[in-house]
Design a binder for this molecule. Structure first.
Ligand SMILES: C[S@@+](CC[C@H](N)C(=O)[O-])C[C@H]1O[C@@H](n2cnc3c(N)ncnc32)[C@H](O)[C@@H]1O
Ligand SMILES: [Zn+2]
Length: 402
């Protein structure tokens, strides 16, 4: 480590190493050389695998706030890399409140702010995230952007995170507890998100919709309208960004897009019903009982104009955002108005036939006038509004052409 950084290293009580990510240079705890390690076991949390999540936060803020100067809060900041990158790479941040409950993380955030010359914009604190966020609004300003990024579920921070959100602000939340959100642990999901979720072939989208629905419902409880504007799932985590504005009537409007998904494993039909609509407990085709997952968000997950702007910026700076550009391209190709998707192998195993290529079936469905697209959730799957009867007919037709 060069002399310059030696000075900083001496300020810390645990061993560190120099790293670079995006436009930031920073010190992190020394990471084990094995690929698989638990970042929570480090003296202060840092996960290099979350680079894409941080890239996306940068691109989202650039696209959404454009030239507006903003204040941000990162209540669970680890060693501060996310906020430092947001300051350096968006050029939009006037003030960042960067907090972590860990004393080691707090010390490292201060050092990293110095290394990157952002001390004038970055305020550091060492508090419990709920304590910090709950105090907002009582004589203390709220934020234009709150980024909740815990290891695990954001559920216990959600209501206070909304309290930290100002007028026309954004809340971005990460969840890494995918076993709860995807239906592998239904009771964990019920406990944390107040949703009961069954495992389906489109479980990754269900995870995102449960988190989005939970955000909409939590905001509504305290009189705020939180509309999902961008969401994705990658590897071990999902992220949802919602636009937050005060208003009980707007909150109620959004609640009308919350509902349930019922899935029939016999005929692979995906049914949805919203709050106030008749529930579906029996598959109308098979006349057998089916179970539902929810409540969850049934509306659009992404605003195309925002994704488009994010992609344009990523593409213009590929040296920094190559992986993000690829993900955004996949999301741009996806029809996010369609709920659910069909992995070709799961359809093939239900029909007891061979699978067909997702790209080929999408083309054929479109030729016949049905909306259909790929999905970033699963490269082996397709989305469509066509019925399961049509999908079955299409599979058989395509196999007959082979
Ligand atoms: C996943 S890490 C944050 C990573 C960071 N946002 C990033 O992008 O690199 C979660 C952090 O939350 C902190 N934390 C856990 N419980 C907390 C609490 N109740 N209040 C504040 N920080 C907390 C942990 O110390 C840890 O550093
Ligand atoms: Zn059925």
């Amino acid at each position: 480590m060069s002399q310059e950084y030696e000075e900083f290293r001496k300020m810390l009580s645990f061993p560190v190493e120099l790293r670079h990510e995006g436009r930031a240079t920073f010190l992190s705890p020394i990471l084990p050389s094995t690929r698989e390690f638990a970042p929570t076991s480090l003296p202060a949390f840092f996960n290099p695998a979350s680079k894409l999540s941080r890239d996306i936060a940068v691109l989202f803020l650039k696209a959404y706030f454009e030239d507006r100067k903003i204040s941000i809060c990162e209540p669970l900041a680890g060693i501060g890399v996310r906020s430092i990158r947001l300051i350096l790479e968006t050029g939009l941040i006037d003030h960042a409140l960067v907090n972590d409950i860990s004393k080691n993380a707090y010390e490292l955030i201060k050092v990293n702010a110095k290394i990157n010359n952002v001390e004038d914009k970055l305020e550091v604190s060492v508090l419990d995230a709920n304590e910090l966020l709950a105090s907002r609004g009582r004589g203390k300003p709220r934020f234009d952007y709150v980024d909740v990024d815990p290891a695990g579920s954001p559920a216990k921070f959600m209501e206070n995170s909304f309290r930290g959100c100002g007028k026309n602000s954004i809340l971005g939340a990460t969840a890494t507890d995918l076993s709860a959100l995807t239906g592998s642990k239904p009771l964990s999901c019920l406990r944390k998100y107040d949703s009961y979720v069954m495992k389906t072939p489109f479980f990754k989208e269900v995870a995102v919709r449960v988190l989005a629905g939970f955000m909409v419902r939590t905001a509504a409880r305290i009189g705020l309208a939180a509309e999902p504007v961008f969401a994705f799932l990658k590897d071990y985590y999902t992220r949802v960004f919602v636009r937050v504005s005060p208003g009980i009537e707007d909150a109620k409007k959004l609640l009308r897009q919350v509902g349930w998904i019922a899935y029939c494993p016999r005929c692979f039909t995906i049914y949805t019903y919203k709050i106030g609509e008749e529930s579906i407990s029996c598959c109308p085709t098979c006349m057998k009982p089916i179970s539902s997952s929810g409540p969850l968000w049934l509306g659009r997950l992404c605003r195309e104009e925002i994704v488009y702007k994010m992609h344009r910026h990523a593409y213009a700076n590929l040296e920094l955002y190559r992986e993000a550009a690829k993900l955004l391209e996949e999301i741009l190709q996806e029809d996010t108005s369609i709920v659910g998707y069909y992995p070709v192998n799961s359809i093939a195993s239900i029909l007891k036939i061979s699978p067909v290529k997702p790209k080929a079936i999408i083309e054929e469905l479109r030729n016949r006038g049905y909306k259909s697209s790929t999905t970033h959730f699963d490269s082996t799957a397709f989305k469509t509004e066509a019925s399961s009867e049509v999908i079955k007919e299409m599979f058989l037709y395509m196999l007959s052409k082979k």
